[in-house]
Design a binder for this molecule. Structure first.
Ligand code: MN
Length: 456
């Protein structure tokens, strides 16, 4: 279970747009995949204030959130960095009369160690920029907004539906940089393969309802496409505010294998990303900060970083990588292929007798299916549920497993024979009953006849 700790591989993308109404973009995102940090900030205040507030916050976070020499970071470290960012924005606002009162929201996702040393995501926020997660098809907001309408919704005086259109939905109850101290909310979340995380400014969720966001995330597997599409939809739906989206995906095992094979045939850069896979942190093309365009970096997680690693890798890199990558790929392919083949074989190597609606039928596969492999209807029979004796119904309902089609057919034949027998017996019982009832009238007649019998 904890194997994921050093194996989390992430892919991400960010996108931002000024929208259709505002003249400047006061949103900003920061992505530092080499540090395991992503941030969205939505600035506010004055002509230039908003832009400077979000920029100052991102710069401060970039500077103050870091890993120790062993590659460790903590949720507390993220909160500290946000508090430092708060002071940086606050100080800058105090120093310049034009910037007084500027502030910014912030929502940050960082890869950190939990108490037992496993890697988890820390998600921290101030204001109403949000973090969402799509996991196992369930889309949910992970952060609580620090806004007036969110307070009203929590108190029950406003419905979530009305909050979306409430005229005061822009009023925040917590902002970074307005006071010299600010409380920071932080949670930790265990990332699982296939999970998607989204950081965004209110320009997204005020324009696109949650179901719309979720459906884009379900439809577009590529984080670049997903982030671009979310921003596009927000702008298309009105674009009344700046809109910013960062999507961070935790890769599936299969995608990681694909990554490995790409590295095999790829150039140095891909090989370098595989190096990370082999145990060294991948330092991509510097800090990707608001490039305007989306960017995509395949990131491998830090293992405990060994100071000697870099030197080792730079001296013996080309050969060792190719060899190790090839071997690794082979192993992954063999392992994944083997597991798939085994499951496939297991799932399809048996037959069972069960119900197809109300008819008894023979299925190929295992009752209920195995993983993604559902049982298939092999053949139908003439038997239906109501003909069956009560004692066999539970077995058929859960599926009566047989080793082969012949065995399954033999079971059905037996069942058919038993049903025929029962029906024959039932028929004779019925005729007995008929006989009994036909014998009754004569008896009645007899009884009735009795008083009249003296007559003749
Ligand atoms: Mn906004």
């Amino acid at each position: 279970m904890t194997a994921m700790a050093s194996e989390v591989v992430l892919r991400w993308s960010g996108a931002t747009d000024v929208g259709r109404v505002r003249s400047n973009n006061q949103d900003r995102y920061l992505a530092k995949p080499d540090e395991g940090l992503w941030v969205v900030a939505d600035g506010m205040g004055g002509h230039q204030g908003g832009e400077i507030a979000s920029l100052t916050a991102c710069d401060a976070l970039s500077e103050h959130f870091h890993r120790d020499p062993q590659g460790h970071a903590t949720a507390d470290g993220l909160v500290d960095a946000i508090e430092t960012a708060n002071r940086a924005v606050h100080d800058k606002g105090n120093d310049d009369p034009d910037l007084t009162g500027m502030g910014t929201t912030v929502v940050a996702l960082a890869v950190v160690d939990d108490d037992s040393g496993d890697e988890v995501f820390a998600i921290a926020n101030v204001g109403d920029s949000r973090a969402y997660r799509l996991a196992d098809g369930v889309f949910e907001q992970l952060t609580e907004d620090h806004s007036l309408v969110a307070d009203m919704v929590r108190e029950g005086s406003l419905s979530p539906e009305d909050a979306v259109t409430h005229p005061q939905r822009n009023i925040l109850t917590r902002v970074l940089g307005v006071y010299d101290e600010v409380p920071v909310d932080v949670i930790t979340v265990i990332p699982h393969p296939g999970d998607r995380f989204v950081l965004c400014s209110d320009g997204l969720f005020n324009e696109v309802p949650d179901e719309g966001i979720a459906s884009v995330l379900r439809r577009l597997a590529d984080p670049v496409e997903a982030a671009d599409e979310l921003v596009r939809r927000a702008v298309q739906s009105g674009g009344r505010d700046n809109v910013t989206v960062v999507v961070v995906d935790v890769l599936e095992d299969g995608e990681r294998a694909e990554l490995a094979s790409t590295a095999l045939e790829g150039d140095d850069r891909d090989t370098a990303s595989m190096a990370a896979y082999g145990g060294r942190a991948y330092a991509p093309d510097v800090l990707e900060e608001q490039s305007g365009a989306t960017s995509r970096i395949r990131r491998a997680r830090h293992r405990r970083r060994n100071p000697d690693d870099d030197a080792q890798h730079s001296t013996s890199r080309p050969r060792r990588f190719t060899w190790r990558v090839a071997l690794f790929c082979l192993l992954v392919v063999a392992l994944v292929g083997g597991v798939f083949a085994t499951i496939q074989w297991y799932a399809q190597s048996a037959y069972f007798v069960g119900f197809d609606g109300n008819e008894v039928a023979i299925f190929r596969g295992r009752p209920g299916g195995v993983g993604w492999i559902d049982p298939e209807l092999e053949r139908t029979t003439d038997l239906s549920r109501r003909q069956l004796p009560d004692d066999v119904i539970p077995a058929l309902r859960s599926g009566k497993e047989e080793g082969s089609l012949d065995d399954a057919q033999a079971y059905v034949d037996n069942l058919q024979a038993r049903v025929d027998e029962l029906e024959a017996a039932a028929e004779s019982t019925t005729s007995t009953t008929v006989t009994t009832s036909t014998t009754a009238p004569p008896r009645t007649t007899t009884t009735q006849a009795r008083p009249t019998s003296p007559a003749p």
